[in-house]
Design a protein around this ligand. Structure first.
Ligand SMILES: [Zn+2]
Ligand SMILES: [Zn+2]
Length: 792
């Protein structure tokens, strides 16, 4: 039998399907597409890991001729090598996933292996079991020495500081524990070991997977007739009264379900299988999801539910778990390797009906998909920033199309791409315009910070916001405060000569962080993690230096001065590195252990706190200053979402938006206008300048430690590409152009200079073709090329 296989690790130039002779397997195992195996590769016949993409000639039913199937015409004849045995007892990819790999590979210009790795858990099979059973246990060589290293500024990187802090608190920890608690890699631990701050011992551990569970994962169980048998999941059974809007939306969705492929009366028009559920914040989108999921489960199909970030949307997960019980798997980035492997095996083995997860869960190995839901579909965390740089919405659409599932996108502030699809008839709009029961939309007020009195000397809280907060706390209610910048002050500056301290690795200023438990005051780079002590005296003119501008740490301090008796919880990247920290903060706030929750955009995401009646946006101006054609769309979404946190229960809400630029169009749209009006305004601007969704864009970003090398490589790649596309007849029709080479918006990052060029065209396929051409170019040593495609 012959099989076509791809390598798991391959250079782009060698990435293709290779034909191998597959050896006869001992019964009952048979070869199938998706099986992982080892193959002898190259002149030296080194053993390499590979996956079967397709079986060319299937074995004849009669066993006597097994293994002697003749070579098919067109195969590479006598040169065909024989592959090794499979590495797992079952295929790691199903047919749908293999097709998806092929699509991702072309679309995002990645290799087969890179696409495949998105779909399997990192710990799958892997190296020898002997190695797997060993655990590295880390401790500090001398706690005093570690504390001193942090005090005297010897520790120059934030991730190293996190490890030391963690071990000061916990005495010892395994590598895996440190990877997750401190978000570091093994190289960080080894660096600290070289500095003689850490030491490790290797201990033996029993295998983490119970044998029976591993066995269960090897067989895919048949789909039962209905997942909901013996369980009433209707709204009335859950004590809920659906609004008219909700009922109407549900009816339309259920009708569409009946017309999907595989159902009687199926209609193949794509608009029927994609819906945009646009509901103002608090209008009950989740209940629509739950009801529709129940219908899909009744038909014996499965549901994929995506949320922007699991740890930030615990409520959605809880509601699914409480409604559908144990037939749910929850996937997110904070699971340990072995937890993730276990969930993956459960899903693959067909034991779960619903997967709730963040971005990467879009690849979950669910069979018989009936419905894919993307909640808060506008959220930027659906865009991957690692290779392949996919967008979960795009991948969900590909999967829905391939499997005949219904795609439901939900948002209060849809992305422009999704709304444009509605206008062009490729998706159907469903609207929820009312909040259920007594809940009313909050009252919005823009505070002109140029004119109004301030409650504190730093000017963070205006008088109206201060008074509203005082009244709110007096009534025993809660408030949410939003400031999109962490740290104490974004600049450490000499007021006399204007000198500020910049990161030596990146082209950004360092942020001032005030002293805390284990460490003195620090300046940190929010891009590469570099840190150093804050100089008290300006090195240029000798005057004292000070922090300038405001961040969440400062807002917390000022809040404590203004409201000495009230507790405030701060939620930003600095307070949430530890596993479970998000959930702890949100739950403490929901239990009313604090009067206020202060945070960066993390707090804007889909939380529901019935006692919150005041939302304060401390500085809207920060949102308007980004240099990107999506800046206004994002600002609109963030402001509307944050405002939506107030008044979700029976209590009326108030929202205060503090800004200097009160004439800003976005601000006007958030306060008075409708989404449609805002869309129309932005549409005109994007059409005129040919920005997506009215064109398709792709970007190639080159980086190298040397500025000159990066620039020249960027220019040379662009020239090679231009030369290449002259041979493509469709390039002119689709108006393919390059917008020219320039240094990136962050010209230096992590000690590397960055240059880029952007391609624009009317055809997505052509942009992919360009990216694929670039991916196959040879690059000089130490340079790297990152390719991305604007999401559709
Ligand atoms: Zn100075
Ligand atoms: Zn930096």
């Amino acid at each position: 039998m012959l099989g076509r296989v791809f390598l798991m690790d391959s250079l782009p130039a060698y990435d293709r399907l290779y034909t191998y002779q597959l050896p006869v397997l001992p019964a009952p195992q048979t070869w199938a597409a998706g099986l992982r195996l080892q193959i002898p590769f190259g002149r030296q016949n080194h053993w390499r890991e590979a996956v079967v993409a397709e079986i060319l000639a299937s074995e004849p039913p009669d066993q006597t001729t097994a293994g002697t199937a003749p070579l098919t015409a067109g195969a590479e004849g006598p040169l065909i090598k024989t592959a090794g045995l499979p590495l797992d007892p079952y295929p790691i990819l199903n047919e749908d996933q293999l097709k998806l790999c092929a699509q991702l590979r072309i679309r995002y210009a990645c290799t087969w292996g890179e696409a495949c790795r998105q779909m399997i858990p990192p710990g799958l099979g892997g190296r020898s079991t002997e190695k797997k059973q060993r655990v590295w246990l880390w401790r500090l060589q001398a706690p005093d020495q570690a504390a001193a290293a942090m005090e005297n500024g010897e520790i120059r990187y934030e991730n190293q500081a996190r490890v030391l802090e963690y071990l000061l608190d916990h005495a010892q920890a395994t590598s895996e524990e440190l990877f997750h608690a401190c978000q570091v890699s093994l190289s960080t631990l080894k660096t600290l070991e070289k500095k003689q701050l850490l030491t490790h011992t290797i201990i033996k551990q029993l295998p983490d997977m119970p044998a029976d569970q591993a066995a269960a994962a090897t067989q895919v169980s048949a789909v039962p007739g209905s997942w909901t048998a013996g369980r009433d999941t209707s709204a009335s059974a859950c004590g809920l009264q659906l609004t008219e809007d909700q009922q109407r939306a549900l009816e339309q969705l259920r009708q569409a379900l009946d017309r999907l492929p595989g159902h009687p009366g199926h209609n193949s028009r794509t608009a029927l299988s994609e819906f945009l559920l646009m509901g103002i914040t608090g209008s009950g989108k989740t209940e629509v999801y739950l009801q529709l999921a129940a219908t899909v489960l009744e038909q014996g199909l499965r549901v994929l539910m995506l949320v922007p970030e699991i740890s930030l949307t615990p409520l959605m997960t809880e509601r699914f778990v409480s409604r559908f019980g144990s037939r749910i798997a929850v996937l997110h980035s904070r699971l340990t390797g072995s937890q993730r492997l276990q969930e993956w095996k459960k899903i693959r083995g067909g034991q779960v009906a619903i997967v709730v997860g963040a971005r990467s869960a879009v690849f979950a190995p669910l069979a018989d998909l009936g419905l894919i839901i993307l909640d808060e579909e506008h959220d930027s965390s659906y865009q991957s920033d690692h290779k392949p740089r996919y967008h979960a919405r795009t991948v969900a659409r590909l999967r829905a199309r391939a499997t005949g599932a219904l795609l439901l996108l939900g948002s209060a502030t849809p992305s422009f791409e999704s709304y444009e699809r509605v206008l062009s008839g490729r998706s159907t709009l469903l609207q929820l315009q009312h909040r259920p029961a007594e809940a009313k939309l909050p009252r919005l007020e823009v505070i002109d910070m140029r004119k109004v009195g301030k409650a504190d000397p730093a000017g963070l809280f205006s008088q109206p916001l201060y008074q509203a907060l005082s009244a709110c706390f007096e009534r025993g209610e809660q408030a949410v405060l939003f400031l999109n910048r962490r740290g104490f002050a974004p600049l450490w500056l000499c007021p006399a000569c204007g000198f500020s301290v910049d990161c030596p690795n990146c082209s950004v200023a360092l942020t001032y962080h005030q002293p805390c438990q284990h460490r003195p005051a620090q300046l940190r780079c929010h891009y590469c993690g570099y840190l150093q002590q804050a100089p008290a005296i300006c090195p240029v003119c000798g005057q004292p230096m000070a922090g300038w501008g405001m961040g969440t740490e400062q807002a917390e301090v000022v809040f404590q001065q203004l409201f000495p008796g009230q507790r405030i919880l701060r939620m930003d990247q600095d307070t949430t590195t530890a596993r479970g920290a998000h959930k702890d903060i949100l739950e403490a706030f929901r239990r009313h252990e604090a009067a206020a929750l202060l945070g960066t955009q993390m707090i804007a995401k889909g939380h529901d706190f019935p006692l919150v009646t005041v939302a304060g946006i401390l500085s809207a101006d920060l949102l308007f200053r980004e240099n990107d054609f999506r800046a206004e769309e994002r600002a609109y979404q963030l402001l509307t979402q944050t405002a939506g946190r107030a008044g979700r229960g029976e209590l009326a809400g108030q929202v205060f938006i503090q800004a200097f630029d009160v004439e800003n169009e976005v601000l006007k749209a958030v306060c008075g206008g409708t989404y449609e009006a805002f869309f129309a305004m932005q549409q005109a601007f994007r059409r005129a300048l040919q920005y997506p969704p009215y064109s398709c864009m792709g970007t190639a970003l080159v980086s190298h430690p040397d500025e000159k090398v990066a620039r020249e490589l960027c220019q040379s790649l662009e020239a090679r590409l231009r030369f290449q596309w002259q041979t493509w007849p469709e390039a002119r029709d689709a108006q393919l152009i390059s917008l020219g080479c320039s240094s990136a918006s962050l010209p230096r990052l992590n000690g590397r200079s960055r240059w880029q060029f952007t391609l624009r065209c009317q055809s997505e396929r052509l942009i992919s073709q360009c990216l694929n051409f670039l991916a196959r170019q040879r690059l000089p040593k130490d340079s790297s090329l990152s390719l991305s495609m604007d999401p559709a």
